[in-house]
Design a protein around this ligand. Structure first.
Ligand code: FMN
Length: 239
């Protein structure tokens, strides 16, 4: 009888522990059902503390994670793959980026995204504001905004596509920074742009005279949603 009582007592203890565990998991499920902003905040805090931990590492301790093929495609800054064509582009809000990536697919080209040293904020891009950064830059043809990552070496390429959004009927001044820093001698250069509706206008020929070298084609404005087969037709029409 004493044995039975002891076994019963042991079973009750086990149940108590399990109940305790289930209380814990219910408290974590309470966290799961918290408001999205709380969950987002928690995630952001976790990310932040991970970043701090990484920043606290000494230089020797830091290891550069190997880029996967997918990551390197996402950053559009692939090392040369032996292709004879490269697409170099700037995109403030992603439209030109999408078109540039489709051109790269169609032409089997390398692709390189130019990043401004000082990123453009929404306020910077406000064309309704006469004192916004872009309005000021586009009003001054001599401004040359710095590029954060112009490490591109054009030597091995025979064809260079240069893409950008149209700003006030022209290429963003940062594209002038780019073309003035490179030698296009012996290369075919094809400017292309996206826009709210304006054509490529004189933006390509302006860049050509700033570059001072290269065989610049007229290029053209491409629709944000242009398909790869339409891009192929556009390329065929240029030849
Ligand atoms: C400052 C600024 C000026 C612009 N000026 C023009 C313009 O003159 N004509 C036009 O059709 N679109 C104009 N746009 C619209 C952009 O050309 C268009 O949205 C483009 O596709 C954006 O490309 P992205 O997403 O690669 O930056 C302007 C946009 C900005 C931010």
């Amino acid at each position: 009888m004493k044995k039975i009582m002891l076994s019963l007592l042991a079973a009750m203890c086990m149940f108590g522990l399990t109940a305790c565990g289930s209380t814990d998991s219910s408290s974590s499920s309470t966290a799961d059902t918290s408001t999205p902003s709380q969950a987002g905040l928690q995630e952001a805090q976790e990310q932040q503390s991970a970043t701090v931990t990484e920043a606290e590492q000494s230089d020797e301790e830091k290891t550069v994670p190997e880029q996967t093929e997918e990551q390197s495609q996402n950053t559009d800054t692939e090392a040369s793959t032996g292709a004879d064509t490269i697409i170099v582009y700037f995109s403030a809000t992603g439209t030109t980026k999408g078109v540039a990536e489709r051109i790269a697919n169609v032409t089997n080209a390398d692709i390189f995204e130019l990043i401004p040293a000082e990123p453009y904020s929404d306020a910077d891009l406000d064309w309704n504001d006469s004192s916004s950064r872009t309005t000021i830059e586009m009003n001054d043809p001599d401004v040359r905004p710095a590029i954060a990552n112009d490490t591109v070496d054009l030597d091995s390429y025979t064809t260079v596509y240069i893409g950008y959004p149209i700003w006030w009927g022209d290429a963003p001044r940062m594209m002038s920074t780019f073309v003035e820093a490179h030698d296009f001698d012996g290369k075919t250069v094809i400017p292309f742009c996206t826009s709210g509706g304006s054509g490529i206008g004189r933006s390509g020929s302006n860049l050509a005279s700033q570059a001072g070298s290269g065989n610049w084609l007229e290029g053209g404005r491409l629709d944000a949603g242009i398909s790869e087969s339409e891009i192929q037709d556009w390329i065929n029409d240029m030849n």
